[in-house]
Design a protein around this ligand. Structure first.
Ligand code: NAP
Length: 453
């Protein structure tokens, strides 16, 4: 590690103690940018990275709400408005008991670079709450969402900050949040993305992150003259990103064989086909069930419960060609990365945000794996959110085909940017450097143009 990165990280850890995920995200970017600063010291002199690291604004608020049994509950709400150099703050809301300020800062920081890569005018932000929607009635979810928006509405707006979904926030939650915003503001605007189709949503938004991660994998494979046809794929998670990753993989002739949730994973050696995926979608999205139910219906598949005593995740220890981590951060550690390489996986496209630990990333890079980091590979979701904002501004909707073609083109462009920049900075095939430097440049130049603000 260079002296520059060491000094920067010492500063970040002193100013932002106890936030390991945030430190991890900053370090990865700083290591890539050290290559850029050697050639362009002007960015270092202008302290652009030091400025990007500090959120422009952090809002933390109490979310008190009364549940359907009359009990009073108190959660913590957050919005991290990280950077608005190239557009309004944009990024999802996460509702999960593990949510804390450090996790949201890491996600908001990543979002700045990701949004820049999409080519669309969006700054970076992220928010959420330690509220756990799992197993809760629709009424409880609605009451919580209304209480959360009763404070958040003051800080967001279609030209200021435009939240979307993330873990635990899907179409149902966006609906309740939008309803409350509209009531409080007395305006119908594109303040949230991921809206329902009949009230301002965009076609392909639910599909976009998963489809985008698969398009990114196709682009990486094409550089080696390969396609996804016939490839065996490991997918983690069973939520929004995992479901539409599987859908696109099946469409392109690949064979997804795993899905998971926090309790365990299923392995279906015969492959998850359209009919099985339809079952999963109904089970997860309508009945809000658990992935274990897959083996109740498809008896040949194997369910393995999560074992907290293991230092690796057995999901990543099957023979396969490609992997699509689509659950959460740090779900692939060094041992998992070694297992993937050992089992023949040669392409990893991250649907989740920062799902691979730094030692795992190094193992992928050292072994020449086609490795698409989340801030590039999963940018399709926010890209279509940007297209939803554009459609809302025009008061017009594009067809499914139009949005999908734009998504494909954006993913192709992001891939090309990462690929070319990695080569330009002497690290061909290193999409981590490509994404970090590519995402940084546009934001950095805008910040220089706009002065020290
Ligand atoms: P989701 O619909 O809520 O699904 C999340 C899935 O991951 C669930 O199966 C969940 O299982 C599993 N999961 C969550 N936390 C876990 C943990 N600590 N350990 C094991 N499994 C866990 O969320 P999503 O929208 O698909 O998001 C998945 C990932 O993609 C996240 O990293 C998110 O930041 C990223 N991402 C999402 C979007 C988007 O458009 N939605 C865009 C870019 C990136 P349980 O049900 O057991 O919790």
């Amino acid at each position: 590690m260079s002296d520059y990165v060491n000094e920067l990280m010492a500063m970040v850890k002193a100013k932002h103690p106890g936030e390991p995920e945030f430190h991890q995200a900053v370090m990865e970017v700083a290591e890539s940018l050290a290559l850029l600063f050697e050639k362009h010291p002007e960015y270092r002199t202008a302290k652009i990275l030091e400025r990007i690291i500090e959120p422009e604004r952090v809002i933390i608020f109490r979310v008190p709400w009364v549940d359907d049994q009359g009990e009073i509950n108190i959660n913590i709400g957050y919005r991290v408005e990280m950077n608005s150099a190239i557009g309004p703050y944009k990024g999802g809301l996460r509702f999960h008991p593990s949510v804390n300020l450090g996790i949201l800062k890491f996600l908001a920081f990543e979002q700045v670079f990701k949004n820049s890569l999409t080519t669309l005018p969006m700054g970076g932000g992220k928010g959420g709450s330690d509220f756990d929607p799992k197993g809760k009635s629709d009424l409880k979810i609605m009451r919580f969402c209304q209480a959360f928006m009763s404070e958040l509405f003051r800080h967001i707006g279609p030209n200021t900050d435009v939240p979307a979904g993330d873990i635990g926030v899907g179409g149902r939650e966006i609906g309740y949040l939008f309803g409350q915003y509209k009531k409080l503001r007395n305006e119908f605007s594109g303040v949230l993305t991921g809206k329902g189709l009949n009230w301002g949503g965009s076609l392909i938004r639910p599909e976009a992150t998963g489809y985008g991660a698969v398009y990114f994998a196709s682009e990486m494979l094409a550089t080696k003259g390969k396609t996804l046809e016939g490839k065996v794929c490991l997918v983690s998670g069973s939520g929004n990103v995992a479901q539409y990753t599987c859908e696109k993989l099946i469409e392109l002739g690949a064979k997804p064989v795993t899905l998971s949730d926090s309790n365990g994973y299923i392995y279906d050696e015969e492959g998850i086909d359209r009919e099985k995926l339809k079952f999963v979608m109904e089970m997860k999205n309508v009945r809000r069930g658990r992935i274990k139910e897959y083996t109740d219906k498809y008896k040949h598949a194997v369910y393995t419960p999560t074992d907290p005593n293991l230092d690796y995740n057995p999901l990543w220890n099957h023979k396969a060609d490609c992997a699509f981590p689509s659950a959460t951060q740090n779900e692939i550690n060094g041992k998992d990365a070694q297992n993937l390489v050992k089992n023949g996986v040669f392409c990893v496209s991250e649907g989740a945000n920062m799902p691979t630990t730094p030692d795992g990333v190094n193992i992928f890079l050292d072994n020449g794996i086609l490795y698409g980091p989340g801030k590039a590979a999963n940018a399709g979701g926010v890209a279509v959110s940007g297209l939803e904002m554009a459609q809302n501004s025009m008061r017009y909707s594009w067809t499914r085909e139009e949005v999908d073609n734009r998504l494909k083109l954006i993913m192709k462009t992001i891939h090309r940017t990462c690929y070319d920049i990695a080569e330009r900075f002497g690290t061909p095939g290193n999409y981590v450097n490509g994404a970090n430097i590519g995402g940084f440049l546009k934001v950095a130049d805008a910040m220089i143009d706009q002065g020290v603000v």
